[in-house]
Design a protein around this ligand. Sequence first.
Ligand SMILES: [Zn+2]
Length: 309
Amino acid sequence: MRIEILGSAAGGGFPQWNCNCRNCRSLREGTLAAKSRTQTQVAVSNDGRAWFLLNASPDLRLQIERTAALQPRTAVRDSPISGLLLTSADLDQIAGLLSLRELQPLRVYCTASLRRILQEDNSVFGMLNRVPQQICWMDIKLGERFPLLAMDGNESGICCEVFSLEKKYPVYVLPERAAALNPDEASVGVMLTASSGGRLAYLPAVSAINKQLLHLLETADLVLFDGTFWSDDELIQVQGSGATAREMGHVPISGAEGSLRALAGLQRPRKVYVHVNNTNPMLDESSPEFCEVGAAGWEVAEDGWQFNL
Ligand SMILES: [Zn+2]
C-alpha cells in the first residue's frame, strides 16, 4: 500500500493566513527552522492505480496538482481517485469535497450520520449529485470491515474498519440535528489493511486514549496520529484566550496524560504525528520539543512524505 502525505498541518495550515504567532511570523521571515505545511490530507493506494483520499482538505486542489499519481492519465475527463473516506464533518475534513464537483464519478465512504449532515442540511453539497453517476455515497458502520472499491466496482485490495473517537459534532451542526444522530459516529479513526497485510492507523483527531485504542494501535505498522497541540493550554498561551486542546477534541502531545507518554509502550508501529497546528512549538526543528519527540521515536509529518506498507 502506498501512502502519500499531501498535507500535514491542522486547520488553517502553516503559516495560517491571519496568524502572527512566533511560528507563523518567523516562518514568513525565513528565520524559523521549519517547513510550511498545507492542511492535513492523506491518499492511499494498494496498486498505485486506484487511489483513495482520507478526508478532503480545503487545500485539496493544490495538493492534487502537486502529486503526479493523482492526476488524470487517459480520457479528457479522468481521475485515478476512486473515492474518499471521511472521518468527521469538520470543515477541514470536508471542504475539499466542493473542489471535486466537476461531475467526476466518485465513492464517498462515511457514517450515515455524516452523510445526513452533508446531504440533508447543507444544500451546497447538492452540487456533488447533479447527475445520477456522480457521487455514490457509501454508508459505513462502526466496527464493520469493508473493502474500498475502485470505480469499476472491483475491490481495490484495501480493507477498512472505522471506530469511534469522539461524540461531539462540529459547531455548525444544529443542536436538533446533532441530537438525532448517533454520537459515536461524530468522529472516527480508521484502520486500513492492504493486500500485503500492512496496516495503517489514521487518527487525525483523538479526544481520549484508552487501553482498547492502544491495543488496536499495536496491530498497526504505521500510526498517523493527532499532533495538533503540544500542550493543553497552547492556544490560550498564544492568544490570551480561547479553548483548551482537550475542549477542541485533541489530546495534547506533552504532559502526564499526553500522547507522547500514553503511546510510549507501542512496539510495532512507526509513529508519525500529523495534523500539526501552526502554534505547535515542535514545528521548529531547533526546538527542545522537536528533539523530545524525535528522542521518543516519533516523527513529525511533512507534506510530500511517502510510505509503503
Ligand atoms: Zn501561527
